[in-house]
Design a protein around this ligand. Structure first.
Ligand code: AMP
Ligand code: GLC
Length: 453
């Protein structure tokens, strides 16, 4: 049971070092997730009422954005049929109102920044500064207690306050999350795995609105920061990406001048122009985190169509194809660390060496299992509870493949001039929810790695 031992010692080492972490800057997307666990009868009734034929048109191909109720319901069916996540901007206010009336089962913190702020600050006790595009009372109430700060400008001077003390009467940015379990069936369509469809009733995050405090005082905000995690670029379009990307570029330059390693959380970015622009910025980052669909989408804009197809054609994803793709990406952009996660295993390609890279991955897999199991990780003790979750069986073949190809030992190999770290993950059979697991993995591994150094 080599992995059992490695998991236990990695967890202890990261836990006992977390107290050494310096401030982490988190920018840019925070919102409110209104989570609805779908029910068959209710959904079928709604589809009939909205016009079955019209709805089913969108179950075959997603619209670009949601302009009416049939598009919303069709997009939900699109996700269910494929067991795939999707997220669309909801433009029409009547559809937004329909979603509000449909209601939700739970309100939760949303957006990569919000989720990571609560995990790092609220659970691990790592001080974080978060960018929250709109701080309504409801948004503030979703922040956990702990060293979580937002900048507040008062008569030109900057203060760092907990979001609950910000007292901003700003707008609610609500993302409606429609979750379904594996096997969920409507009109004979059966979900091959658990997942969700997200409809964003939010004019701020999808456009990557950056607050004046961050535009005017960025250097002051970052003065005592040690690490940064950047996210929220995914919903930009070729029409609106230039402005925000220009500001982000300036921000990254400041971070690099100060020697602050920055991680980019690369969520699925449907617009190819935007994806190419992000690829062009990647070399400015220390690290990037992505899953198989995201890595394939990056290979596509790099002209590596064959590799992109290979990444999507096996289950579990072929680790040799993943390594090839990560090598191409690292060599093309110069990014120093690539953290790949998929259902069943993670890989990290780094231009530096050490077991701490693998150990941080192990810690993050425990955090992910806790998140999948409980929906919300409340304390580091919740993570301990995930120790019982079994290691994914399918990962054995993945490991054997890596041992054969690269002579990997205890999850570590040398590939070209990089280190490749591998871990098999723990998979929760019946997860409570799927939203935010990726954010939990990436932030735990990135911060975990730096505290172990
Ligand atoms: P993303 O697709 O970026 O949201 O990340 C989802 C990640 O969460 C996947 O790559 C898996 O590694 C992990 N994951 C998904 N479902 C589970 C589960 N049931 N138990 C543990 N980890 C999971
Ligand atoms: C995206 C969604 C947000 C969700 C998050 C989870 O940022 O917009 O609603 O909470 O992903 O990773």
């Amino acid at each position: 049971m080599v992995w059992g031992g490695l998991y236990a010692s990695a967890f202890e080492r990261v836990r006992s070092s977390m107290g050494n972490a310096g401030r982490v800057l988190l920018a840019y997307n925070t919102n409110i997730d209104a989570v609805k666990y779908l029910e068959r009868k209710d959904l079928e009734k709604r589809v009939e009422r909205a016009g079955r034929e019209e709805v089913f048109r969108y179950a075959d191909g997603l619209p670009k954005r949601i302009e009416n109720v049939p598009q919303l319901l069709g997009s939900i069916l699109w996700s269910i049929r494929r067991g795939k996540a999707a997220e669309l901007f909801v433009e029409s206010c009547s559809t937004r109102f329909y979603m509000r009336q449909w209601n939700w089962d739970e309100l939760r913190m949303g957006g990569q920044v919000g989720i990571m702020a609560n995990l790092l600050g609220g659970v691990y006790g790592v001080p974080v500064i978060a960018h929250v595009p709109q701080l309504s009372g409801l948004q503030a109430s979703l922040f956990k207690e702990g060293p979580i700060y937002v900048p507040k400008a008062e008569s030109g001077r900057l203060k760092l306050v907990h979001p609950k003390e910000f007292a901003g009467d700003e707008e609610n940015c609500i993302h409606h999350i429609y979750e379904f379990p594996r096997g969920f069936t409507v009109f004979g369509l059966k979900a091959p795995r658990e997942n969700r469809f997200i409809g964003s009733a939010d004019d701020y995050n999808p456009n990557l609105y950056i607050r004046p405090e961050f535009r005017e005082h960025f250097e002051e905000i970052t003065a005592d920061v040690e690490l940064a995690i950047i996210s929220g670029l995914q919903a930009l379009t070729k029409e609106n990406y230039r402005g925000p990307l220009k500001i982000i570029k300036e921000h990254i330059e400041v971070l690099n001048e100060l020697g602050i390693p920055a991680h980019l959380e690369f969520a699925f970015t449907p617009d190819e122009t935007v994806r190419k622009a992000i690829l062009g910025l990647l070399g400015e980052f220390w690290s990037v985190g992505l899953n198989e669909v995201e890595l394939a989408s990056v290979m596509e804009v790099m002209g590596e169509k064959g590799l992109a197809e290979k990444l999507l054609s096996h289950d579990p994803v072929d680790p040799i194809a993943v390594t090839e793709a990560m090598l191409r990406l690292a060599e093309k952009t110069g990014v120093r660390r690539i953290h790949f996660h998929t259902y069943g295993y993670y890989l990290a390609l780094t231009d530096y060496r050490g077991e701490f890279v693998r150990d941080a991955l192990l810690f993050s897999a425990l955090a992910a299992a806790a998140k999948a199991k409980l929906g919300d990780v409340r304390s580091i003790n919740d993570i301990v509870k995930a120790t019982d979750v079994p290691v994914n069986e399918k990962a054995k073949a993945v490991e054997e493949g890596l041992v054969r190809e690269y002579g990997m030992k205890d999850g570590i190999a040398e590939v070209n001039s990089y280190q490749l770290a591998f871990i098999p993950t723990k998979i929760v059979a019946k997860p409570k929810s799927t939203v935010g697991i990726g954010d939990t993995i990436s932030s735990s591994a990135f911060v975990g790695e730096f505290v172990l150094r």
